[in-house]
Design a protein around this ligand. Structure first.
Ligand SMILES: NC(=O)c1ccc[n+]([C@@H]2O[C@H](COP(=O)([O-])OP(=O)(O)OC[C@H]3O[C@@H](n4cnc5c(N)ncnc54)[C@H](OP(=O)(O)O)[C@@H]3O)[C@@H](O)[C@H]2O)c1
Length: 265
């Protein structure tokens, strides 16, 4: 293990080749973080851009997540922040054959009685896969990172959730899985707060990286009048892991341009 004479903070980000987490990598690099960036394809491009270290692996695998943590410790000697942002419900569903769901409608972001997605067309294994990706996988990263976040003295964990946690919507029928994630975030925040580690989630609204799943008119329901930029999530996560958020733990920060009322999370 490298002994650390450099006191710049160190963060792991999973899903860092994707829209929201590559933006998070940029936001943290701009704040002088040293980064370990993980995804199945290895994050080579964003690692080169941000001066980070790319790691190829799956968040569904203990050894791969362990490798990302070991990489941070071997290269930098410490770990101050772990950020989980991987996996979409739509990607989980792509692995299963099922009837094509109806296209989203103008009103189906709220409630459209004519939008009749058959929820039970989704086979049971997909429900389990979604729970693995949205709930177990972030807990896997938290478990692997925890011993080092405890040593940091300013450890912070952030999981990307989604507004479908608190506002179930028929076009995203597996969305309520995310409610369980928030329960675990609260539990971890309670348990480790006195040990100096904060646990939070962030709920992005309709962001540019997911725009292919939205109805073009949905933006007009957003008080800020547009879908969100990936960088706006990156900046919010950079805040949550920073000392500026030192009294914030167990929360889910909604970043959605005002679309939702309280998620009650
Ligand atoms: N975009 C939105 O509007 C929106 C809104 C709310 C919530 N979210 C949530 O925010 C998160 C990130 O969204 P995004 O739009 O940035 O997604 P994205 O652009 O599709 O990126 C997903 C990332 O996850 C990686 N990944 C997928 N499966 C993986 C696995 N098993 N192990 C490790 N890495 C894996 C992908 O890279 P590889 O293919 O290289 O593995 C990629 O880097 C997701 O959980 C999404 O549901 C997004």
């Amino acid at each position: 293990m490298k002994s650390d004479t450099d006191d710049r903070p160190v963060a792991i980000i999973t899903g860092a080749s994707g829209g929201l987490c590559s933006a998070t990598a940029r936001a943290l690099a701009a704040r002088d973080y040293r980064l370990v960036l993980m995804s199945r394809s290895g994050c080579a491009e964003i690692a080169a851009e941000t001066g980070g270290v790319g790691v190829a692996g799956s968040v569904l695998n203990d050894e791969d997540v362990g490798l990302a943590v070991e990489t941070a410790i071997d290269r930098f000697g410490r770990l101050d922040a772990a950020i989980f942002g991987t996996g979409r419900h739509s990607d989980v569903l792509k692995n299963y054959a099922m009837p094509e769901p109806p296209g989203v409608t103008r009103d189906s972001l709220a409630y459209d009685p004519d939008y009749r997605r058959e929820i039970f067309d989704i086979p049971w294994p997909a429900w389990h896969d979604d729970y693995e990706m949205m709930v177990v996988a972030p807990m896997r990263l938290a478990r692997a990172a925890l011993p080092h976040l405890l040593k940091s003295g300013r450890g912070a964990f952030v999981a990307i959730s989604g507004i479908e946690a608190g506002q179930p919507r028929a076009p995203f029928p597996l969305g309520p899985t995310r409610l369980a994630l928030q329960g675990f975030i609260k539990l971890l925040a309670d348990r480790y707060g006195r040990n100096g580690v904060r646990f939070n989630a962030i709920a992005p609204g309709l962001m540019e990286s997911g725009a292919n799943e939205f109805h073009p008119d949905w933006a007009s329901d957003i008080p800020l009048g547009r879908i969100g930029r990936s960088a706006e999530i990156g900046e919010a996560i950079a805040f949550l892991v920073s000392d500026a958020a030192s009294y914030i733990t167990g929360q889910c920060l909604t970043v959605d341009g005002g679309l939702n009322r309280s998620l009650g999370l």
